[in-house]
Write a new protein. Structure first.
Length: 78
């Protein structure tokens, strides 16, 4: 067995739907997943989720630049 890190949530649910793994995803994605994917709530509330973003600086793209700029803005709760 090996770890696979998936960037896009839709891909994570597709891997689970094919029977190739399990994923920890936000409950809000439940509406967007195939019928054969089962959601199980966590027993404890998770109040903080750490997220990381990586991109290739040598390959410029306007959409990536816009996304990075948006993600660098502090959220309203900070």
């Amino acid at each position: 067995m090996h770890d696979v890190r998936i960037v896009f949530l839709g891909r994570a649910e597709a891997v689970v739907g094919c029977g190739q793994g399990v994923a920890l995803v936000p409950a809000s994605t439940k509406k967007l997943t195939p019928e054969n994917v089962v959601f199980r709530p966590l027993k404890e509330t998770v109040s903080v989720v750490t997220t990381a973003v990586a991109w290739n600086r040598t390959r410029q793209h306007a959409m990536v630049d816009a996304a990075v700029a948006l993600l660098r803005k502090p959220s309203k709760g900070q």
